[in-house]
Design a protein around this ligand. Structure first.
Ligand SMILES: [Zn+2]
Length: 168
């Protein structure tokens, strides 16, 4: 969540728009941290998007859409990989951003299945706040076992594998 995933998604979608492609963006309705209708990254470089209740709703996209962006994919249901396959089979380019692991270091929601079927996977890493190494873990600073804890920067910090496993 500090790694620039949404920024990278927005960068790719803006390039598609510059190339005059029709772009549509979706995100799960559960992600309401900043704004109801925009994919908002941490530097507030935002792109308009459609919040949807479930992944199947993405299939009701505009008929002329050529590129679909999906943000916060880890919060979607397990049908998202099949939805992406259906879109890709129609010739639509699908670009998905999401957190690959939850706070306990477990694969997050539909992300592992998505990574398996994707042509290309880019892992973007934050910087470990303890030692400065590339960080791929989200260390939760508050005591809760709930998988989803919205509240962002106060509740999590990026850590490398070593610091995630050895430091309090
Ligand atoms: Zn570290």
């Amino acid at each position: 969540m500090f790694s620039g995933k949404t920024e990278e998604l927005i960068r790719r979608l803006k390039r598609a728009e510059i190339a005059k492609l029709k772009v549509e963006i979706f995100k799960p309705k559960t992600d309401i941290r900043y704004d109801e209708t925009a994919v908002v990254s941490h530097d507030l470089n935002s792109v308009q998007s459609t919040p949807v209740d479930n992944s199947s709703a993405i299939l009701f996209l505009n008929a002329d859409t050529q590129v679909v962006g999906i943000d916060e994919a880890q919060f979607f249901d397990e049908d998202l990989p099949e939805v992406c396959n259906k879109l890709a089979a129609k010739g639509i380019r699908v670009i998905v951003a999401g957190l690959d692991m939850d706070f306990s270091g477990k694969p997050f929601g539909p992300m592992p299945a998505l990574m398996a079927i994707a042509e290309m996977v880019t892992k973007v890493h934050a910087v470990c706040v303890c030692c400065g190494s590339p960080a791929m873990y989200s260390y939760r600073k508050v005591a809760s076992e709930a998988r989803v804890l919205l509240g962002e920067k106060e509740s999590y910090e990026p850590r490398c594998r070593y610091c995630y496993n050895t430091k309090d």
